[in-house]
Design a protein around this ligand. Structure first.
Ligand code: ATP
Length: 250
């Protein structure tokens, strides 16, 4: 993948800017990077705290030749790339909270937001946004109990550009593997190795009804397999639900 990086001092949201560029014809591999976001977003309209300077806010444009239902797996492909990049920089102990968060010591270090656009019934582009808390020393009170940064957890200050390059190169490698099957066949084992929820009790916050069970891992579509108390296995699709630990965030 050819990466073309475009930098901004401040932007409303890197995902929104990437979507605008994609609509204007920007190629796969276009990477929007900002020092701050004024309207950073999480899933389902939630906000992503995006103060100036200390964190990474970036969005990558992809143009996969795939059915839309194959696209949500790309969130997992990126989550895997982020933990692989952190390990490469010597930051061990990071885990994935299915489907889209990276945590360290059970607190959130990184969020991923994948957005898909269709044109004439086909996927025209996919935007994968990544926010990584790198050098922040503290967080606003609303997220102080669940958010953390690399600096807070390790005392190390990381060069943001080095981490961006490591994430993008890990992603490019994972993406080419994913494209062979358009599912998690060849990446599932690596993903499971970092999956914080695996074999843990979870509560699935499904708008149609909450339930508890044991998270067994993911299927090839990237859905979370949860064994419920009655021994049936639920395949949890990320779109509408959040997953929590029984006693806390994980
Ligand atoms: P859930 O855990 O419910 O599935 P999520 O992890 O998908 O949620 P996102 O929508 O990805 O959450 O992220 C938005 C949420 O993350 C916010 O509601 C807030 O709680 C938290 N948050 C916002 N900014 C940050 C940040 N910079 N670092 C860590 N957490 C943040």
């Amino acid at each position: 993948m050819n990466i073309k990086r475009i930098d901004y001092k401040e932007i409303d949201s890197t995902n929104l800017e990437a979507a605008r560029l994609a609509t204007g014809g920007a190629a796969e591999g276009t990477l929007v990077v900002a020092d701050a976001q004024t309207a950073g977003r999480g899933r389902r309209g939630r906000q992503w705290e995006s103060p100036q300077g200390a964190a990474i806010y970036m969005s990558l444009i992809l143009r996969p030749e795939a059915e839309p239902e194959r696209v949500s797996g790309l969130t997992l492909v990126m989550a895997l790339a982020v933990v692989q990049a952190l390990e490469k920089l010597g930051l061990s102990g990071c885990q994935i909270k299915w489907p889209n968060d990276i945590v360290m010591n059970r607190k959130k270090l990184c969020g991923i937001l994948t957005e898909l656009h269709m044109e004439n019934g086909k996927v025209s582009d996919v935007i994968i946004g990544v926010g990584i808390n790198v050098n922040q020393e503290c967080f606003i009170s609303e997220i102080a109990s669940t958010a953390t940064s690399i600096y807070v957890e390790t005392g190390r200050r990381i060069d943001k550009d080095v981490l961006i390059d490591a994430v993008i190169s890990a992603f490019a490698q994972n993406y080419s593997i994913y494209q062979k099957t358009y599912d998690m066949t060849n990446l599932r084992e690596d993903y499971h190795a970092f999956l914080a929820n695996r074999n843990h009790e979870v509560r699935v916050l499904d708008p149609k009804g909450e339930y508890e069970g044991i998270a067994l891992g993911i299927n090839l579509r990237g859905e979370l397999l949860v064994r419920k108390q009655d021994d049936t296995i639920e395949e949890v699709y990320a779109g509408e639900v959040s997953v929590r630990g029984i006693y806390g965030y994980i």
